[in-house]
Design a protein around this ligand. Sequence first.
Ligand code: SF4
Length: 129
Amino acid sequence: MTAIALAGGPAHWATPGDGPNRNGATWRSLAACRGLGPDDFYSPPYSRALARCRRCPVWGPCLFLALASEGAGYRFGAWGGATPTQRDAAYAHLVARHLDPAVLLAQEEAWWASRLAGRDDQALPQAAA
Ligand code: SF4
């Protein structure tokens, strides 16, 4: 498995106009949790956070980002529509199939980058709260 540095944290750490969103749209621009504070994502059983994730169009790259950055290590909070226990299971599933979440993340990011090329981050529709 490829270890990656945490590239800006989960999407729910990003706020409009901040960080990776500043220079154009990325998959994070479409995050249903964009602009929320982290409290709901770090308070089990994460009900409010997971409700957001269920209608999030970018849960794929978000989940792969979580799995790639956490690796086999400690898991904390809700990311990518999954609790820490669910991410443990997802990571084991990938490892058993010799799949690297960092590679899957790169593929997802490339796909979203091509889809969002030239789009203005601030002009994208946001998921309903
Ligand atoms: S899947 Fe959940 S944590 Fe990830 S960007 Fe979407 S709403 Fe945020």
